[in-house]
Design a protein around this ligand. Structure first.
Ligand SMILES: [Zn+2]
Ligand SMILES: [Zn+2]
Length: 342
């Protein structure tokens, strides 16, 4: 099968083609697994974190890609629920131990044995991949394969971030950065919390117009002051500066959720500008969001179909994976980038 393979840690500013096209044998499903013929795979900022070593693959070579849509082609002997031909999605959570205190309390995203698709197990930048049937999700009919792909990470992690803010209808939400995840989160907020105003902080005029088109009450830069204080904020940027800026606009008792698996190191000194009395005092909170649970993914797919969420897609071929990654690195982002695999 054709696959885009990562052989070693690399830097995208020096090497614009870190993934190499290879022809390798199809994987064989284990007893509890299905073999999935991949038709679409989303490209995520986390793929850059893997390539550049901030959250490196646990082995090499590795096939990246953790927003996978395809059809079941073969089943292991112990597979009972899924049938050949079923359309399924695979998300960032590839497996968890199922026995530890985190797994037993519904927090399998925190499991110490958590394995990620496309980092600890081969992902979807290939014609075929395998997954345990318990970690594959039916895709609502309303979505095409390409549309469904970004729902599996950008959408599901966005859903988890939104839950972690503890949002109540009528209270103000800030979105810092407006890429694949935030453009789905705003659609959820508009639908589920119709009286809440959404304030979007982004760099370009084009992105601000896009945010307004999707229902933002206000859109400006991170250094701008919005007309109202924020009760919650979700940060999806890969850097530190915007966090410090947005905290200035967080109301007393407000909560900032950071939706980023790793921050890039470049502007860490921005944190020295944090002012305890202005930015943290009065019970302001900062919380990270780690991975996703199966519940997040399954619930979000349902919510997404009910709304229905409309993902904005930019399509690439499997062989163009490097180009999509470079564009994310250069922050040429509008909506979600998805590889079409055939
Ligand atoms: Zn992702
Ligand atoms: Zn566990």
């Amino acid at each position: 099968m054709r696959a885009m393979i990562l052989k070693q840690i690399d830097r995208l500013d020096r090497n614009k083609t870190p993934l190499i096209l290879d022809d390798i044998p199809e994987p064989l499903p284990r007893e509890d697994e299905v073999l999935v013929k991949v038709s679409a795979c989303g490209v995520c900022h986390t793929d850059l974190d893997e390539i550049e070593g901030r959250t490196p693959p646990s082995k090499f070579p590795m096939i990246l890609g953790h927003q996978v849509v395809g059809r079941v082609e073969k089943r292991g002997r112990a597979v009972s629920r899924l049938k050949v031909g079923d359309r399924v999605g695979i998300a960032w959570i590839h497996s968890a131990c199922g026995r530890c205190k985190f797994c037993r309390s519904g927090n399998e995203n925190l499991c110490e044995k958590f394995e990620a698709t496309g980092r600890d197990a081969p992902g979807g930048y290939a014609q075929y991949t395998t997954v345990s049937e318990g970690f594959a999700y039916p895709i609502p009919e309303i979505f095409s394969d390409l549309q469904a792909a970004p729902l599996l990470c950008a959408g599901a992690v966005g859903y988890r971030s939104l839950r972690l803010t503890g949002i109540e209808n009528g209270r103000n939400m800030g979105l810092v950065g407006f890429g694949a995840s935030a453009h789905l989160v705003i659609q959820m907020v508009r639908h589920e919390y119709p009286d809440s105003r959404v304030f979007v902080f982004v760099r370009t005029r084009e992105e601000r117009e896009f945010a307004k088109k999707l229902g933002a009450f206000w859109a400006g830069g991170v250094e701008d002051d919005p007309p109202e204080k924020l009760n919650y904020a979700i940060d999806t940027t890969p850097v530190w500066g915007p966090i410090v800026e947005v905290l200035k606009n967080l109301d007393r008792g407000g909560r900032l959720v950071i939706n980023a698996i790793r921050k890039e190191g470049g502007d860490q000194e921005a944190l020295l500008k944090l002012d305890y009395s202005r930015d943290l005092w009065m019970e302001r909170e900062i919380k990270s969001v780690a991975n996703v649970t199966r519940r997040d993914v399954a619930e979000f797919l349902q919510v997404a179909a009910e709304i229905p969420i409309q993902p904005e897609i930019q399509e690439f071929s499997l062989e163009e994976a490097n180009q999509a990654l470079v564009e994310i690195k250069e922050r040429k982002i509008r909506g979600a980038k998805v590889l079409r695999v055939d």
